[in-house]
Design a protein around this ligand. Structure first.
Ligand code: BG6
Length: 501
């Protein structure tokens, strides 16, 4: 296909982005702003168009007016000039997702545009709809011949999460996708992989001589991956009740970050080479049993509280949440990777809503020295050597180590070496959707989840969910605005603490 040649140039070849669910929140908040960001960075091809495909009757102008209003709301109109420059290339096609005529019309439009230029445009179909519509859209795309590729023209589908809600449902969805598109054409989005700092995990590990030799169980005591959000569920009660934090965040974002931290060096940076190594990590992780779930996991649910004079609602008071809900808004897991590199080094994952602050980081805790020379200080008093990859906000990398406190005594204290992206490069990172859309346009699927990765991640998550049901583990309450229930400390074992962030 057009992939290899397109990858060599900076700008993608001619592309049409067809967005299903074009009047929804994702289009407004992420997709259109990302297209505009790519335009501002001069990364869109000359021949580029967006076709919004949705149910509501609208003209192109109505559609554009709606997008402008959304830009006003979500980006304070900053992107309006870019929008005006692209406006002529943004169109609307009204159809239900089921109506074959809508797809025939879409095909006619795309074929006519291809006939008018020398090079046919890559067709990207973005499923930004509720998952219940995926099946129908995929079938119709296939029946109308829109999923077909030719020697000159690529066709790709981008699929949003949630991608299933269990191993079984994810597999079913994968089967549906496979009936319409080959795996090479499929781009399953996990927006964490589009974050600059998540990609920098690979650079840190494989572009430096220092870290990799010590990146294993001999030197690393444990790894903590934290994704804390200060927001609650933001009006998404209906969705969250069905997913809980384990499906919403751990199945995808945290496990993806874990695979990048734990994977072996890939042979090349080609998409399948990288993804082969990531999936091997997941395959090295056993499913949990009800016994191990009881010992190695913790669940929490936030309750109403007041922080700095501000009342924060409890999860049970949120709209769309059942008053006796047992859905978790916090979870912590201790996972092991049973392979040569990581045997005996636990990976601790924690994710929570309504925490004191928004922060995502990976902390690599190195072993203590075998013997402490410094008088009254014992090994346990020594601060851990911790390499911290801060993914957001204030992106950076720091290294914490012990230093002598100036003075006649040999007192030790934790100090920190610090690298901050903003200070070093002076630019802010592009939104992750921008990066991922661009990659889909040039046909690079490295930063998208492959079918086997996704199914392996569900296998692990299913075992935790089943264990919770089996041992009747209800979420423990934690006050909104706090770091989660105290039981989360139980899973760490002796001499380890969650990092105070
Ligand atoms: C989404 C989850 O995938 O990620 C949300 O559905 C969550 O619940 C969001 O708030 C967090 O993303 P970010 O980029 O703000 O960390």
């Amino acid at each position: 296909m057009a992939e290899a040649s397109a990858q060599q140039s900076r700008k993608p070849g001619p592309t049409v982005l067809v967005i299903f669910g074009a009047t929804g929140d994702l289009t407004h908040r992420k997709l259109i702003p990302s297209v505009l960001g790519l335009h501002e960075d001069d990364l869109l091809p000359e021949e580029f168009a967006v076709i919004g495909f949705a149910r509501r009757p609208k003209s192109d102008d109505d559609f554009c007016e709606g997008l402008i209003a959304a830009l006003e709301e979500h980006s304070q109109g900053r992107k309006k000039p870019a929008f005006q420059e692209l406006r002529e290339r943004i169109h609307y096609l009204q159809s239900t997702f089921d109506d074959e005529k809508g797809y025939t019309k879409l095909r006619e439009i795309l074929d006519a545009a291809d006939a008018a230029r020398e090079v046919p445009a890559t067709r990207i179909f973005y499923l930004a709809t509720p998952p219940s519509a995926y099946r129908t859209i995929l079938q119709r795309l296939e029946q109308s011949g829109l999923s077909e590729e030719t020697e000159q023209r690529a066709a790709r589908v981008i699929i949003e999460k949630p991608f299933g809600r269990s191993f079984e449902t994810a597999r079913e969805l994968n089967e549906q996708v496979a009936a319409s598109f080959s795996e090479r054409q499929v781009y399953r989005i996990d927006h964490y992989l589009g974050k600059e700092t998540v990609q920098n995990i690979l650079a840190l590990r494989f572009a430096n001589g220092l870290f990799e030799p010590m990146w294993n169980q001999k030197y690393i005591d444990h790894v903590q991956i934290t994704v804390a959000e200060s927001i609650g569920i933001e009006g998404r009660g209906g969705y969250f009740e069905e997913s809980g934090i384990i499906r919403d965040m751990i199945q995808n974002h945290l496990l993806q970050v874990l695979t990048l931290i734990a994977m072996e060096p890939p042979a090349t940076l080609h998409a399948d080479s990288v993804r082969d190594e990531k999936v091997k990590v997941l395959r090295s992780m056993e499913s949990l049993t009800p016994e191990t779930v009881a010992k190695r996991t913790a669940r929490g649910q936030y309750t109403a509280s007041a922080v700095a004079g501000k009342d924060l609602p409890g999860y049970l008071e949120e709209e769309g949440v059942s008053p006796d809900s047992t859905t978790e808004t916090f979870a912590a897991l201790r996972l092991s990777i049973d392979n040569w590199r990581w045997a005996g080094t636990p990976f601790f994952l924690r994710a929570g809503k309504s925490m004191p602050k928004r922060i995502t980081e990976v902390a690599i805790h190195y072993n203590q020295p075998p013997h402490m020379l410094f008088g009254k200080a014992g090994v346990a008093d020594m601060p851990d050597n911790v390499l911290v990859l801060q993914i957001q906000p204030d992106e950076g990398i720091s290294f914490n180590f012990g230093s002598k406190v100036p003075g006649p005594d040999f007192d030790l204290s934790a100090v920190r070496m610090d690298f901050r992206y903003a200070a070093a490069f002076g630019t802010s990172s592009a939104d992750s959707y921008e990066r991922l859309l661009y990659d889909a346009m040039i046909g690079d699927s490295t930063l998208f989840a492959r079918r086997d990765e996704l199914e392996e991640a569900w296998r692990i998550v299913d075992s935790v969910v089943a264990g919770w049901a089996d041992c009747k583990m209800k979420p423990s309450p934690y006050p909104a605005g706090s770091w989660g229930p105290s039981e989360a400390a139980r899973i760490l074992g002796k001499n380890r603490r969650w990092r105070r962030l």
